[in-house]
Design a protein around this ligand. Sequence first.
Ligand SMILES: CCCCCCCCCC/C=C\CCCC(=O)SCCNC(=O)CCNC(=O)[C@H](O)C(C)(C)COP(=O)(O)OP(=O)(O)OC[C@H]1O[C@@H](n2cnc3c(N)ncnc32)[C@H](O)[C@@H]1OP(=O)(O)O
Ligand code: FAD
Length: 636
Amino acid sequence: MEGVDHLAHERNKSEFDVDAMKIVWAGSPHAFDVSDRISKLVASDPGFRKDNRSTLSRKELFKNTLRKAAYAWKTIVDLRLSEEEAAKLRFYVDEPAFTDLHWGMFIPAIKGQGTEEQQQKWLPLAYKMQIIGCYAQTELGHGSNVQGLETTATFDSQTDEFIIHSPTLTSSKWWPGGLGKVATHAIAYARLIVGGREHGVHGFIVQLRSLEDHSPLLGITVGDIGMKFGNGAYNTMDNGVLQFDHVLDVYSIAFASIAVMLWVSQVTCEGKYKQSDVPRQLVYGTMVYVRQTIVADASCALSRAVCIATRYSAVRRQFGSQNGGPETQVIDYKTQQSRLFPLLASAYAFRFIGEWLKWLYADVTQRLQANDFSTLPEAHACTAGLKSLTTTATADGIEECRKLCGGHGYLCSSGLPELFAVYVPACTYEGDNTVLLLQVARFLMKTVSQLGSRLSSKKPVGTIAYMTRVEHLMQCRCGVQRGFAELSADLVEAAVAHCQLIVVSKFIEKLQQEIPGKGVKQQLEVLCNIYALFLLHKHQGDFLSTGCITPKHAALANDELRSLYSQVRPNAIALVDAFNYTDHYLGSILGCYDGNVYPKLYEAAWKDPLNESVVPDGYHLYIRPLLKQEIRTARL
Ligand SMILES: CCCCCCCCCC/C=C\CCCC(=O)SCCNC(=O)CCNC(=O)[C@H](O)C(C)(C)COP(=O)(O)OP(=O)(O)OC[C@H]1O[C@@H](n2cnc3c(N)ncnc32)[C@H](O)[C@@H]1OP(=O)(O)O
Ligand SMILES: Cc1cc2nc3c(=O)[nH]c(=O)nc-3n(C[C@H](O)[C@H](O)[C@H](O)COP(=O)(O)OP(=O)(O)OC[C@H]3O[C@@H](n4cnc5c(N)ncnc54)[C@H](O)[C@@H]3O)c2cc1C
């Protein structure tokens, strides 16, 4: 029945202050207020409806996304929302679109790598959306290997301009989000050529389309690369293909390139190239920035899936009826708990590691401004490794949540298939997860060779086993005289172990902070222990081989896990309520707040276009002849 909370009995079991946990999840009372207000604003506005996406054609879907993006911008302007509120609104609109790359990469690239002069030129236009930008780095032939990019930017000292060109088919820019049909400008990465000499990959701001009629400019060929995984999903985004045919950068100011050249290097008006003495990898700065935001995104995506699966697991009953009584809630089965609760713990773990990574990125950015590059290698390794670890775990976790919901998890109305389809490219974009782990492995090898076996002593006591595991994995690999490439698969395992050590240690450090609210810290301690012991159980071979735990310890850890699952059980619904997601944002009948699943599933079925007629199109043409044997049947 509408209005009845079918999960009230679960909510009454909670042993902690849910409202206080909401603040912890949001990060602060202010952050909670903004999230709560904006999520309800979006949920209550029919202009942001999203439950029909799976029934639209690609063109209808894309046009609807453009409508929503324009409507969101109008809402932001009309309500005079702050930058923080506007970002939250785009988050809760929950539709991959060109705006993600405009705000998420194009603007950060200019802010992070542009000089004052170029920021003054481009940022006001970008903030007012008078230009729409994308980040055009990947090419048809190269994505992971940035130094393999083929697009060229040749400096013409006669005209004081750059000629951007795609010399080969494989040099076509390929994948940039927003590029296909919307972006008017790109930050394009190209090989800089000055005076016949090549100076590696640099970034350039290039105008792609007329601001008058949106037609591609002279020398620009641009379009969409076609349908992607899943039906609705990421097909709201116009990932594009772009070719430059000797584009003279005549449509914007003469000096086209962004200041990464002025910051990392310079091209003088006389056509002289001056390499400054900063690490050339600063040209990758935007990727480092996005990787740390992707870690925070992982906690959002995983928590969304876990909220759906947890609420549905409390609603669903299957088997176990005693004397005609109610069947057993599937959330009470130990197998369901052993699959679901580690994901609940991971969602909280990724939330806190995302907070720490945001601090680390801000710290390294501040140091870079003072020409202090001392923490850049660690920042690169951490952002690369944690992006890889959290996105892999989240993609796998969303799929596990779908399976935890049985058959109904496969319905679009569960919200899980689309969430999976939209999320999984995070394991690839912003750096293929294996390629990024190889960067971490390289960092660990260097650290071991510099520090000897002790990778780091600065870890909480509870992580000794985790630290010993990493050192053991590294010693086993570094000890043998074989090349990095030969050992890379093993070193990637050590890299994963290192990242897991960081997540566990930052969760423990979080618990050392002052955390207000009845029972809140206790619940987080249970979740932290679940996260740490679940991984210890999953990788117990590594831990046993280090000798720092015995088989008896491993057995005790497993017993403790079961006990911890029992402690979470009465609090599970409250722990996912703490995410404070609206039904609109969840987009899931199985995860609806009131747990009134079956009537909503049944009602939703009849809304499918296929049910607009009781006799389907095609019956008279194909089925009736079949049934009436009017088609000559093969001799049996
Ligand atoms: C439900 C949620 C739904 C959400 C939906 C939202 C939708 C929208 C979201 C969209 C978000 C993002 C869109 C995606 C955008 C992109 O994909 S942009 C393109 C991303 N591309 C990449 O990430 C490419 C990956 N490759 C690289 O980064 C480099 O090629 C690589 C680092 C692998 C190698 O670089 P090289 O230049 O070849 O360097 P090496 O020789 O390996 O190393 C040399 C030294 O440099 C150090 N290094 C490398 N990178 C960095 C760095 N970034 N910062 C600092 N230092 C770096 C490296 O450690 C070596 O150091 P050493 O010599 O060992 O001391
Ligand atoms: C949805 C989506 C959105 C995107 N948006 C953008 C965007 O806005 N802008 C942009 O510039 N790009 C974008 N990209 C491109 C993305 O950044 C690249 O696809 C990504 O960096 C991976 O590069 P690749 O495609 O070349 O993969 P590859 O490197 O070709 O990966 C193929 C396989 O090779 C393996 N491999 C590669 N190198 C090594 C190595 N050295 N050692 C071991 N294994 C290796 C990988 O692990 C992988 O298994 C997007 C991609 C997607 C899917």
